[in-house]
Design a protein. Structure first.
Length: 584
């Protein structure tokens, strides 16, 4: 009898704990996500284009930045929603590349085609902010605001500093345009680096000038003259036709009320997507038509590496390869879209991912969709796909290999640190930072880089059905915009993620009326999984060990990037970070 009462007590306690945990999860979910909103007549879709536009899908319930896919889906869905009266773009300051902004502009153009008005508000911003806002019908700017116009390549050089510290970075690169880490070995740009940078600047400037001039009904000469002014006040911007009206947020709200016919209901991107999400039943019906959308975002490192608690700019080669393998083996997955936003990293990581993409492409359509950056190792894996889609402003190419070797002997001498090296193997000290390269070792590293570069050329030649010499002519580490790359056979089609998904759907013979599910990788984590990861991280001392820990902690610039890559392997397919950005 006593044992029965004990069992009943334990069962009751367990059920109460389970109920309490369920209520806690439900409460946290409501706190973090909120209740499902409703869309009524006269709704205004409120899109905040500020900070970094995300690429990687939100992994857990904690709020992250809006992604380009969320923004695109919401705007295009709202275009066909009769309850949505208009679109409001709250712009700036925006950071990042031009490719994501081009995809957002395309979505805004689709919304305008519905006949509904689009209103944008700028405070102060760069030409990237104006590029986004110019897609609107009407642009307001705060009267005290300014526009900082211009495109900039800003490349620091650390050679003199390293000399003073007694440090050296010996770099072996596969071509004159492979400029990653040039800033550590040179005091100024090389001729090849300058040529490439000027070419990229010209391509992005041409894209910006053509689009904004058309949007604002200006001649290219008129717009170029204002662009050259550099710093433009709001009043000057209105005078020049860059903005339509000077006003404040309350005045924009009044204009939106006119659009809605009454005080409008404003819904943000995620609120609107939740309110208009397909039902669970519809999701079940779509399970036999699946496209796998696999994100490759960040620095490529070997092994099973997951993002941190709030995400990080690192991608594990084995992790992505596992996702591709899972999608390849799943009969419900009809096609795969690789969404790439990476400047590369460790050569082995790219090779491991590339192999799985190659295998997948043998049995089902695989398309690479390039975001802001898909260069070096990012291009390696893209070349394995059946089709490549890039935005005109994407930075891609950089087909080449670079290897770096730290020499800190001089630094150790300055610090009073002495080393003795005992070797078992003639070249055991090959990558030691406490030893300089001997001539035969330097020759060995040069040969290794050249061999891997030839492998890279062969991979691209096979994937793109090009002659090796033709690939070499556009390779040697050179970076191209998407607009330039499509002219050189490195990209098949100009467009964004939407165009890549459309190609995948068509190639998989999924009809326009058939239901479709987009299965996203990395998969979303539950609140319990996210909290469990947080607990594990804290219990381990705050930062996971190994490459993953260094990746989560590192700011990927300078020596930290060198050290992380050295731990990942000596051969790197890495793109230079000094690329044109909006002046600010």
């Amino acid at each position: 009898m006593a044992s029965r009462r004990t069992a009943l007590w334990l069962l009751t306690t367990f059920l109460f704990l389970l109920l309490g945990f369920t209520l806690l999860v439900w409460g946290l979910n409501r706190l973090l996500v909120g209740a499902t909103p409703t869309v009524g007549s006269g709704t205004i879709l409120d899109v905040r284009l500020q900070g970094e536009i995300g690429e990687l899908a939100q992994r857990g319930p904690f709020v992250g930045p809006l992604t380009v896919r969320e923004i695109d889906d919401a705007i295009r869905r709202a275009a066909d929603d009769t309850r949505v009266a208009g679109l409001f773009l709250d712009v700036g300051p925006l950071f990042g590349g031009f490719a994501k902004t081009q995809e957002i502009r395309a979505a805004v153009a689709a919304f305008k085609a519905s006949g509904k008005p689009v209103i944008a508000l700028l405070e102060s911003g760069s030409n990237l902010d104006l590029y986004a806002a110019a897609a609107a019908d009407t642009i307001f700017q705060v009267p005290s605001g300014q526009l900082v116009l211009g495109l900039l390549v800003q490349q620091p050089f650390y050679r003199d500093l390293l000399d003073k510290l007694g440090a050296r970075l010996e770099v072996f690169a596969s071509g004159p345009y492979k400029t990653a880490f040039h800033s550590f070995v040179n005091r100024s740009m090389t001729d090849a680096q300058r040529e490439m940078s000027e070419s990229l600047l010209a391509s992005i400037y041409e894209q910006w000038l053509a689009a904004v001039a058309e949007d604002r009904a200006l001649t290219r000469e008129q717009l170029a003259a204002v662009f050259d002014e550099g710093l433009v006040s709001a009043r000057r911007a209105r005078e020049a036709g860059l903005v339509d009206e000077l006003g404040y947020r309350d005045e924009v709200d009044a204009r939106l009320a006119e659009v809605a016919g009454r005080s409008p209901r404003r819904l943000g991107v995620r609120e609107y997507l939740r309110a208009t999400a397909p039902s669970a039943v519809e999701g079940l019906l779509a399970r036999d038509n699946v496209i796998a959308l696999i994100h490759v975002s960040g620095l490529m490192v070997p092994g099973e590496v997951e993002d941190g608690l709030f995400a990080s700019n690192v991608v594990g080669g084995a992790t992505i390869a596992g996702y591709v393998r899972e999608a390849r083996r799943d009969a419900a997955v009809k096609a795969i879209v690789m969404r790439i936003d990476s400047g590369g990293g460790a050569a082995t990581a790219a090779d491991v991912m590339g192999r799985e993409i190659e295998l997948a492409a043998q049995s089902k359509p695989v398309v690479a969709s390039m975001s802001d950056v898909a260069g070096s190792g990012g291009y390696w894996i893209a070349s394995k796909a059946s089709w490549i889609v890039a935005d005109p402003g994407t930075y891609t190419g950089s087909i080449g290999v670079v290897m770096g070797k730290l020499d800190l002997q001089g630094t150790y001498e300055l610090l009073g640190v002495d080393y003795e090296l005992l070797r078992a193997g003639e070249n055991a000290d090959l990558l030691s930072e406490a030893a300089s390269l001997r001539p035969e070792q330097a020759a060995l590293l040069e040969a290794t880089v050249e061999e891997t570069y030839r492998d890279f050329i062969a991979v691209v030649a096979a994937g793109r059905d090009m002659d090796a010499a033709a690939v070499d002519a556009v390779a040697q580490g050179r970076v191209w915009t998407g607009a330039q790359a499509v002219e050189r056979g490195l990209v098949d089609e100009l467009g964004g993620l939407r165009e890549a998904l459309a190609w995948a759907r068509s190639e998989a013979d999924i009809g326009p009326q058939e239901r479709l599910t987009i299965r996203t990788y990395p998969p979303r984590r539950t609140l319990f999984e996210e909290l469990s990861r947080a607990f594990t991280t804290v219990a381990a001392g705050g930062i996971p060990g190994g490459v993953a820990g260094r990746a989560a902690a590192a700011v990927f610039s300078g020596w930290e990037r060198v050290q992380l890559l050295q731990s990942a392997g000596p051969l790197w397919m890495l793109m230079d970070a000094a690329l044109p950005v909006a002046a600010r």
